[in-house]
Structures are given as C-alpha cells and as structure tokens.
Design a protein around this ligand. Sequence first.
Ligand SMILES: Cc1cc2nc3c(=O)[nH]c(=O)nc-3n(C[C@H](O)[C@H](O)[C@H](O)COP(=O)(O)O)c2cc1C
Length: 268
Amino acid sequence: MDIQKLQSIYFSPTRTTSTILDQIANSLEIVNTTKIDLTCPQTEQDPNQLSTGKEELVLFGAPVYGGRIPPLAAKRLSQLKGNQTPAVVIVVYGNRAFEDALLELSDLVRARGFIPIAGAAFIGEHSFSTHDNPIAKARPDQADLNNIEAFGEKIKEKIMGIQNLGAEHIPLIPGDTPYKELHKIPIKPPITIESDCTQCMACVDACPTQAIDKEDLLKTDQDTCIRCAACVKICPENARIYDDPKLQEISKRLSTNCCDRKEPEFFL
Ligand SMILES: Cc1cc2nc3c(=O)[nH]c(=O)nc-3n(C[C@H](O)[C@H](O)[C@H](O)COP(=O)(O)O)c2cc1C
C-alpha cells in the first residue's frame, strides 16, 4: 500500500494525546503531514474539508473518560468522512483503564468510512493528577517514547504488507458492546481565584466547550463544562483550580489505587 500523506486528527484538552500523536507521526517518517485539532470550537471544521482519500493514513486520537471516549470527541469525530481510508486509532488514558474506549473509537471511524489497520492504548498523566496526588506523573516518558517508536515500526511493516486494503486488515480490539455506560462526573467545574487571575484569557481559549464566560471569568457554565482540566493545566498563574473536595477524593483514590505502572498496548 502506498501512503503519500498523513493526517493526525485528535481531541486533546490537556495535550497528552496530541503529544503522543505527534511522536507517532514522527516515527512514521511520512513527509506530507497535517493536523486537525478538534479540541476547541474555533477549530471545528467543515466536514467536507475533512474528507480523506485512499493514499492517506489518518491517525485518530482521543483521551479516555470513564472507559469511553469523551462524547464531545465522538460528536466532532462523527463529522469526518473517509473513503476506505486506512487509519490508526489511539486512546490515551491516565493509568486506570481504557475499557471500551479504543473499541468505541475504532467502531466510530469504521462507521465513517475509515479502515483501522492498527490501534493502541497509551498512558498519559491523568488530568486529575496533582502535586500531592500524582497519577501517571510526567507520562508519556522516555520509555513510552521508545514504545511509540516500536509501534511506528509495526505500522510501517503492516502498511508494506498490504496489497488490497480490506476488512481483513482490521485488528481485534478489546472492549464490550454495548459499551460501558456514560456517567456524569460528580464534581463541580473549576473556579477562578480572582486575586490571582490576570485575565490573560488562556483558560477561555483552552476550553473545549466555551464554558467560561469571556466577560466574567469567575463564571463557568456547570452544564457545558466537561471537567477536562484544560483550563486548570493551562493557567500560568495557577488561578484556575478545582476546589470541590470530591475532586481531591477522586485524585487521592486514583493516586493510591492506580499507582502500578501500566504499559502501552498495541493491536495490529
Ligand atoms: C473526565 C475525565 C475522565 C477520565 N476517565 C479516565 C478513565 O476512565 N481511565 C483512565 O485511565 N483515565 C481517565 N482519565 C484521564 C485521561 O484519560 C488522561 O489524563 C489523558 O491523558 C487525557 O488526555 P489529554 O491530555 O489528551 O486531554 C479521565 C480524565 C478526565 C478529565
């Protein structure tokens, strides 16, 4: 199979998924590469511009939220259209579990006309990781980067071996159907500490749902906020924080129960 172009398409509020996709893209050594970031509304694109062809490989990436891919990521990915386009599906999770997320992503892109030839689950620092309750701190790390390189080699080998791309090239991906039930995350949105905020608007720009009021940064819409922590991680003054005690409980529990290092898994 001849691949002329590589597109990375991802949803990545705290940027670990995008970092991992960049590294996979590097390892594939395809000269013509483009990226489509579906994280923020201003980057939402006309679905027609996103149609892809046969000589292209598309890397799809999303984080794991509650063992699934975030509903918003699924919605934005559902706008895409492939043309029996080969794809690689990648989920990134915070060292707890990825459950049905990779299967869901694979099924979603198949339904949109792509053919997943490989899949992987990588580990990124958990969005709820803090100084006191670290969860997969500083991942992906050097060992992960070595694994990414190895995954890239396997993708290249698989591509070289494919003459006529078809359903027989789709790997078996773990997960259950129906997928795990979606649950609302039982924590309040982050707040802004007024005295520390310099109104730089980084939080507003980083929010995937425009939940933070541009005119009044102290207001965050409870219903649109997806608790992704993008605003907390990006704030240069540490003025956006989760002050809900339930979040500290969750972080502490994850930090204690999910401290055994998990390793990336590949499906080819
Ligand atoms: C609302 C929410 C739910 C999450 N659920 C899970 C989960 O079920 N399993 C897990 O291991 N990590 C979970 N995580 C952690 C993320 O998958 C992880 O931090 C990932 O690296 C975030 O990707 P991003 O940096 O591209 O946003 C969750 C994070 C958030 C914000």
